[in-house]
Structures are given as structure tokens and as C-alpha cells.
Ligand binder design. Structure first.
Ligand SMILES: Nc1ncnc2c1ncn2[C@@H]1O[C@H](COP(=O)(O)OP(=O)(O)OP(=O)(O)O)[C@@H](O)[C@H]1O
Length: 293
């Protein structure tokens, strides 16, 4: 169904064809990202179907994070086009791309430790004013803002006061339903610092979902989890697939197996192979890329 190679989008032309947009939520075309002359990403075509769960694997330095940076607008591609929802979003600001429906969970989950689970969720409610998830107010554990934790927390408290005003019974029900889905309802009043690593991942994912993104970019959700947490995380992503398209970067092959999704293998910035896991694991070039290092 979602095999990009099935369609000749180069002939159809992404902008011209409604058909194209109905097939793909996200499409990267001839995208490169070059840093100081080094080509970190070089993707000819990569299409993600609506409500598709896609796993992206690849050795260290393969370009997986750079690809997510390009999709989310954190990195502007050096060449090429990024289409989302049938529109050219190449070069748009990160906040604008988020507004259009791209949510991202970083490897270190964005969670405010000193706030409770429910308060973290309240902060994630969509709002009209400056966003707590925006560039100015990144959450304390965002790896890109170490050292700015105090500022972020102060902004969080300020936003929380406003967020309280947005907590209608409908939003409360929605938050409760999401927390229940990720088995966190009993911990709703627990400060996030008391959560396990897996629970932090689920809180970060749940707060992203509150904004109803059309696409979720999830970076290594199973890293450092117990087997039981890994299985629950896979279950959660499979459930979420009915409402969102998901790109999941992952190294843990057991987790990838549980997801039973189409897999894209990146190597040296390029798409080396794409297909079901079993096919990928039997692919000589993939084996070479992983073992030849
Ligand atoms: N801003 C940057 N400036 C210079 N080089 C960069 C930058 N971002 C990424 N790179 C380089 O691009 C290559 C791809 O990096 P990237 O982080 O995307 O790989 P990855 O597949 O996510 O790796 P890992 O699995 O280790 O996280 C690496 O060689 C990295 O050093």
C-alpha cells in the first residue's frame, strides 16, 4: 500500500497531483544536508503514507537524526524539497512545521521533572500564545538547552497558570484518557522525577499527542527500557498508528520486530534498503553496512 516505489511521483509531480498528496503525508525529494562539505543526508525519494508507522534504522552517523531535523525544520536542507500534507514545507521555521502537525520526541524525553505528570500534560495543551514547546521555552531536559533549565522552568510555571485556565472538563477527560492509555493515570499527581525511564518516555509521547500531530517523530523510544516497558512502548506506538503517522528511529531490533512495520535503512546519509524487517535483515548490503564497521 505505502510502497513509494509503486508510484511514479516524479512523473505525477508532487505539487500538481492531489492523488500524490492523498497517498503520502510526508515526502522527501532529492534532499541533502551538507555540513562543512560533508554530506550527512542524501535522500532521493522517501515517502510516508498517511497513518503509516515507519521504522528508520542505520549505523551510528547514518543520518537518522539529521533526517528528523530536516523534517521538523530544525535543519534546513541544503538542496531538495520536503512536502508535508501535500504542501512544500522546505525551509519553514520549526515552530511553523510543528503548527502544521509535526510532533517530535527527542531521545532524552522533554519532561519537567519538578512538575507532576498532570501538570506536564496541562503545559502541553495547545495554546494561542507563545508555546512552551517552542524555541524560547524548551523543556529542561532538552539536550539542546542545558544550562537554561531555570529559564525554561520559570516560563513553564508562568504557562501553567494560564494552562490551568484552559483545563475544561473536556481537556481533563482527554488528559485522563491519554494517561490511562499509557498506564500513568495512577501517577497523575506524581512529580515527573519519580517516574521510571519508560514512564518518562510515555509522558513525553502523551504530551505530544495532546497537540494532535499528524506526524510523530519518535527518536529511540525503547533505549534503556526494560523488556516489559519495551513491549508496552511497542503496543502504544501500534495503537497510535490509527490516529497518527509515525517515524520511529530505533536501534533495538527486538523492538523493531514488535512494531512489525516497514523499515527504512539509512547508511552514510542514503536509503540503503526499504521493506519488511525480515527482508531487510537478509539484505547483503544491509548486513555489510552493519557488520562491515
Ligand atoms: N550540525 C552538524 N554539523 C556537522 N556535522 C553534523 C551535524 N549534524 C550531523 N552531523 C554529522 O552528520 C552525520 C550524521 O549524523 P546523525 O546524527 O544524523 O546520525 P545518526 O544516524 O542519527 O547517528 P546516531 O545513531 O549515532 O544518533 C554524522 O557524521 C554527524 O557527525
Amino acid at each position: 500500500m505505502n510502497d513509494p516505489k509503486q508510484y511514479d511521483y516524479r512523473v505525477e509531480g508532487p505539487r500538481q497531483s492531489q492523488l500524490w498528496a492523498s497517498r503520502y503525508l510526508l515526502f522527501l525529494q532529492d534532499v541533502t544536508a551538507v555540513f562543512d562539505g560533508f554530506k550527512a543526508l542524501d535522500i532521493e525519494d522517501l515517502g510516508l503514507g498517511h497513518n503509516e508507522l515507519r521504522v528508520v534504522v542505520g549505523p551510528n552517523g547514518a543520518g537518522k537524526t539529521t533526517m528528523c531535523d530536516v523534517i521538523s525544520g530544525m535543519t534546513r536542507p541544503t538542496t531538495g524539497k520536503v512536502y508535508f500534507g501535500g504542501e512544500d514545507v522546505t525551509g519553514l521555521q520549526e515552530a511553523e512545521i510543528a503548527r502544521r502537525g509535526v510532533g517530535r520526541k527527542f531521545q532524552v524525553p522533554n519532561v519537567f521533572d519538578s512538575l507532576t505528570v498532570r501538570e506536564n500534560m496541562l503545559l502541553a495543551l495547545p495554546e494561542d500564545g507563545p508555546r512552551i514547546g517552542g524555541k524560547e521555552h524548551r523543556r529542561t531536559s532538552d539536550p539542546r538547552t542545558h544550562g537554561r533549565g531555570g529559564l525554561a522552568l520559570h516560563a513553564a510555571w508562568r504557562s501553567l497558570k494560564h494552562a490551568g485556565g484552559r483545563e475544561t472538563s473536556a481537556t481533563r477527560d482527554r488528559i485522563d484518557a491519554l494517561l490511562s492509555r499509557v498506564r500513568l493515570l495512577d501517577d497523575a499527581d506524581t512529580p515527573a522525577r519519580g517516574l521510571s525511564h519508560g514512564q518518562r518516555q510515555w509522558l513525553a509521547i502523551s504530551s505530544l499527542i495532546l497537540k494532535k500531530p499528524r506526524l510523530l517523530l519518535v527518536d529511540e523510544p525503547a533505549a534503556g527500557l526494560t523488556d516489559a516497558e519495551t513491549a508496552l512502548t511497542a503496543e502504544l506506538l501500534l495503537e497510535l498508528r490509527s490516529d497518527h503517522a509515525i517515524v520511529c528511529i530505533e536501534h533495538d531490533m527486538e523492538f523493531v520486530r514488535l512494531l512489525d512495520a516497514r523499515v527504512t535503512v539509512l547508511n552514510e546519509g542514503r536509503v540503503l534498503a526499504e521493506g519488511p524487517l525480515a527482508e531487510i535483515q537478509a539484505d547483503a548490503a544491509v548486513i555489510e553496512a552493519y557488520l562491515g564497521r
